[in-house]
Ligand binder design. Structure first.
Ligand SMILES: [Zn+2]
Ligand SMILES: [Zn+2]
Ligand SMILES: [Zn+2]
Length: 482
């Protein structure tokens, strides 16, 4: 493990820390800057170090053996805009930070007030944040032959594209770790920018990513071939892999479709030009979301059964995740009977038995409209329409209601959370177990010894795995994770 220390003299020291022996060795000292070092940021798992100084320089260092070598920061980037609107009069660099996917470097630079137009610039412009693409910085994966011919990418150096490809694949791989919060705006921004200029390149990256991640690198000939084969493998994919797939599907491939259009399946088909793969991608997204739904329902049923057996012994542990919406989940299973795996149906029939045993008299699982208290039938797990009441004019007025993404129950009060990605509402958070599941496997039960123990601590979307948002008024900027 390396530890970098920036000094007031402008030098950067790198220490090698040995965890086993608890020792620090002073590895190297570098004359990085002329004055005080203001920030240091490691990227790419410590292969790369960015330093900034009061001398307004940002330098990039790459690990060669045990020492650092300075390399230039790449000037090329996808969809690069010229920065004419910036005064170019910076005094010093106050700090640097690397984006979650390690594809973007942000630097804060404060301006030299003397060089600014005193009429307006000097009054408003104290400092600026600049973003640089750094995905072309390093070749991180050993096997990276660029399969598409170089002429396809006019105006972009082929070797930088190789680096971009390896960086994006490296980032996507990093996010398979469920411990790492799923924040993918830089990956999505990079892929979308490349999609504008060199779409073949994006297809190539996705082809490689999908075949390595979901098909164990078994040989496929085309992206379409991969897309057709993946749905059969999703059973063994980790929940995080499914989340990543959903986010990329929605934002990179289907970015022209609105989330609500995707959800209602309304706008499928050839109406949208230039999306040759989209029917396959849409299909993949639906299957992936259904897989997550099955895992969620499975966890809820297991938790319900555990809860039932506990309450029989009258020892309910507080603080455990307790399922809500079991009745709605049963309805969902009935409606999707043909698609749902056998194990889940068996679990469902156990739940029905348990319900009969403990609450033999109870029949009322019907939901009521929060506006007119008419009955709300169960048609879809995402939205519901009440049966409606007649207004004074004799018109039947029906209300559209949101269902909670986790419990499938109609959100009674204002829903607490909103997913920026799939536009679903959530009032009951999903258990943490869902987000760390290594796959459904062929086992009978979801791999959760104590499903009730997984209390959700963070508000995450069960279908996208990203942090949910509290809805804010439009005029407030909100930090979106994707
Ligand atoms: Zn109503
Ligand atoms: Zn999203
Ligand atoms: Zn979502």
């Amino acid at each position: 493990m390396l530890l970098a220390v920036g000094k007031g003299s402008g030098s950067v020291e790198v220490w090698a820390y040995d965890r086993s022996g608890c020792q620090c060795d002073n590895a190297c000292v570098y004359d990085a800057h002329d004055c005080v070092v203001t920030a240091l940021a490691w990227a790419f798992d410590g292969y790369c170090l960015y330093s900034s100084g009061q001398d307004d320089h940002v330098r990039c260092w790459v690990l060669c053996g045990s020492c650092l070598c300075e390399v230039p920061i790449p000037s090329n980037g996808p969809g690069l805009r010229s920065s004419n609107d910036l005064p170019g009069a910076f005094l010093s660099c106050l700090g640097v930070a690397v984006s979650p996917g390690n594809l973007v470097l942000a630097m804060v630079r404060n301006t030299d007030a003397e060089q600014l137009d005193p009429m307006y610039e000097r009054r408003v412009l104290k400092a600026a944040v600049q973003f640089f693409w750094i995905g072309g910085q390093l070749n991180l994966l050993p096997d990276n032959s660029l399969d598409v011919s170089k002429d396809a990418f006019l105006g972009f150096p082929a070797n930088e594209l190789v680096h971009w490809k390896s960086s994006i694949l490296w980032s996507l791989k990093k996010f398979e770790n469920p411990e790492k919060p799923l924040v993918t705006w830089d990956i999505i921004a990079a892929l979308l920018a490349f999609k504008q200029s060199i779409p073949n390149f994006v297809d190539e990256i996705l082809f490689k990513w999908l075949s390595v991640t979901y098909l164990d690198s078994s040989v496929s000939h085309s992206l379409d071939d991969v897309l057709i084969r993946i749905p059969q493998t999703l059973l063994t994919a980790t929940s995080r892999q499914l989340h990543l797939l959903n986010v990329i599907c929605r934002h990179v491939i289907l970015s022209q479709l609105m989330a609500d259009e995707i959800n209602s399946k309304a706008n499928i088909g050839p109406t949208v030009a230039d999306m040759e793969h989209s029917p396959l991608w849409l299909e993949l997204l639906f299957i992936s979301e259904r897989e997550l739904r099955e895992r969620l329902v499975g966890l809820s049923f297991s938790a319900f059964l555990t809860h039932m057996s506990h309450s029989a012994k009258s020892s309910i542990e507080s603080g455990n995740w307790s399922p809500v919406g079991v009745a709605q989940m049963e309805l969902w299973i009935t409606r999707n009977h043909d698609h749902i795996r056998v194990q889940l149906k068996e679990l469902a029939s156990e739940v029905v038995k348990a319900e009969r045993r403990f609450e033999p008299m109870e029949s009322g699982d019907e939901e009521q409209c929060i506006h007119c208290s008419a009955l709300v039938p169960f048609d879809s797990p995402d939205v519901a329409f009440c049966c409606g009441t007649e207004t004074v004019n004799g018109v039947l007025e029906k209300h559209k209601l949101a269902r909670c993404s986790t419990s499938m129950q109609v959100c009674t009060t204002t829903p607490s959370w909103f997913c920026k990605c799939c536009h679903r509402w959530t009032s009951k958070l999903a258990p943490e177990t869902l987000f760390t599941m290594p796959g459904y496997g062929s086992d009978v039960r979801p791999p959760a010894e104590s499903p009730t123990a997984g209390v959700q601590s963070k508000a995450l979307c069960p279908f996208c795995g990203i942090l949910l948002q509290r809805l804010l008024p439009d005029f407030l900027p909100s930090a979106s994770p994707v």
